[in-house]
Ligand binder design. Sequence first.
Ligand SMILES: NC(=O)c1ccc[n+]([C@@H]2O[C@H](COP(=O)([O-])OP(=O)(O)OC[C@H]3O[C@@H](n4cnc5c(N)ncnc54)[C@H](O)[C@@H]3O)[C@@H](O)[C@H]2O)c1
Length: 249
Amino acid sequence: MRLQNKIAIITGAGSGIGRAIALIFAQEGAKVVVADWTEKGGQETVETVKQASGQAVFIKTDVSQASDIEKMVRVCLENFGRVDILVNNAGILKMGLLHQTSEEDWDAVLSVNLKGVFLASKKVIPEMLKQGQGKIVNVASVAGLVGFEGIGPYCASKGGIIALTREMALEYAKNKINVNCIAPGIIKTAMTKGMLDDSTTRQGLEAQTPYPRLGEPEDIALAALYLASDESDFVTGEILVVDGGFLAK
Ligand SMILES: NC(=O)c1ccc[n+]([C@@H]2O[C@H](COP(=O)([O-])OP(=O)(O)OC[C@H]3O[C@@H](n4cnc5c(N)ncnc54)[C@H](O)[C@@H]3O)[C@@H](O)[C@H]2O)c1
């Protein structure tokens, strides 16, 4: 098993990519903290992990709130005694042209997608420093590397995650804390359902993806597994694009 006895916190694990990461980590021997702001989704993930004979606990967490993050790490330590892996995956998307974007929507997206990464890393890193090692995997997006129309705050937040990943990697490499980032392409989850239910939009996205299918949450979970495992010990500050060739053109 590639994560035998590791303790992993996964934010946004109540759905989509985060749920797939929780399941594959548990199947590879990790004990998983499912952190999500939705109780229903979080509990469903815990049930799915348990049905696969894995171990998981749900902690209701809004990653944009420092007090929730503090509780998330405290409860993880109370349950499992340490934190080996943090996956900063929680994210939201708001659509609209930039000049029509409200300040509230801008703040909401930046608070969850980018500030959430800062808050969770800030609380987990001291534990990893004490332990002498750790793995942090941030989930960004291809929208942090190239422009996408109509999702300005999202692009800004994901570009920020990529920059922060490199900064954190430099800061903590000497402490054997690896910080890497995954940039998914178009993945079939609740976040993209609206787009993909529209056949014209879906066909357009499929046409832009060289590989002959769109992404599944498991495609990202397998990349996260590599970056969370010992196999990637010499990999840090990396932006791993998982997009079926979307950006290769
Ligand atoms: N689906 C895609 O095509 C795609 C592409 C690139 C990047 N991503 C990124 O992948 C990550 C996961 O997205 P997904 O596609 O699985 O979407 P999703 O909507 O299925 O899952 C997002 C999860 O994050 C949770 N969440 C949202 N705000 C939160 C908060 N403040 N605190 C705690 N939990 C919160 C939601 O409840 C949900 O369970 C996101 O960061 C997203 O930006 C997705």
